[in-house]
Design a protein around this ligand. Sequence first.
Ligand code: NIG
Ligand code: FE
Length: 418
Amino acid sequence: MNIIIKNIKKLIQVEDNPPLYKAGKEMSQLNTIDDAWLFIKEDKIASYGTMTEKERLEEIEKNGLSTVIDASNKMVMPAFCDSHTHIVYDGSREIEYIDKIKGLSYEEIAKRGGGILNSAKRLHNASEDSLFEQAWQRLEEVMSYGTGAVEIKSGYGLSTEDELKMLRVIKRLKEKSPLRIKSTFLGAHAVPLEYKGRQSEYVDLIIDEMLPLVAEQELADYVDVFCDKGFFTVEETDRILVAAEKYGLIPKIHANELDYSGGVQVGVKHNALSVDHLEYVGDNEIEALRNSKTMPTILPGASFFLGLIYAPARKIIDAGLPLALASDYNPGSSPSGNMQLVLSMGSIKYKMLPEEAINAVTLNSAYAMGLSQELGSITPGKTANLIITKEIPSIEFLPYSFGSNKVESLILNGKIKF
Ligand code: NIG
Ligand code: FE
């Protein structure tokens, strides 16, 4: 059945010929239409107009049955694209959180066998069905906050068998969920205990054994490396990305969360689709990103939860670069996938204008997961993954009203999810 949404107070992020992403000053431009209607035909956005253009709307109404939704006082916008998550994991890690409260750093917790290695141990003992069920619940939760697309990484396996197991769970989620999902192989998330002191041998294992199987079984769209202090070096990242290139796997890199790690530069060198985290970004990193096609992506949840410094979002945008925001939903550094909170933090902590933050969680984050042709804007021909908000007074209210759920309804692939 087709859908007509009428009396929309504001239709947000309307683009007839959408750019791949918005950068610099363009990020503060957000096209909207007041008092609008939107027509969804099957799973695609078909057309839109203002309520004063009655004839076009009547024409559509004449041409067959549609579900009609009255969106008086409500806004319609593209569903959020969350371009960086780790939502396949077993259980939770709130106990480590107490260590954090007591003052231990993320790296100190990791060195004690906590952190990522703790999740790896749990994942090893969990069945694929249980991992699927747990991740499914998390996907239901993020949909309730308006997410319409999610990138999901492996990286809690850290052995060939368990990395493949994680990626198979992601594949099942892709097949079963109405969300648009992209999958990323992150074997280089941490060095497993058995390889302590033999890190380069673990990198060999990733290159010689894991990558070929991941590629052969078509289990990943992208490849990621945690290129940072205490994790993987620039040289190791380079080796992994060279190997991944042979299989056509494009990089999305964890970079510069803990230090000026060189992660941004090595990512750009390999035409990464995105470099993510970016707490430590200075002039050199910004220069590297200029003239690249790599999307700088900030993960506010991790800085907030770990008490890290905040990435220099203004400096990045004011340098003319694009910026995306994502949740980093994971059990260790950001146990939340609420993209409305991410949007609010974009404004509150990173001084992004509401328009900039909205671009960062829709159009730009769609690009950061390779979906700019399909999602991220209200464009005829794009997939109808849309949010209908509750009654809200203004666009500014979206970041301003932090912590409350402003989503009333979610449409995925032209179907009303709730
Ligand atoms: O993106 N920074 C590296 N990895 C994750 C954290 C994963 C974990 O602690 O389990 C992140 O923050
Ligand atoms: Fe992450």
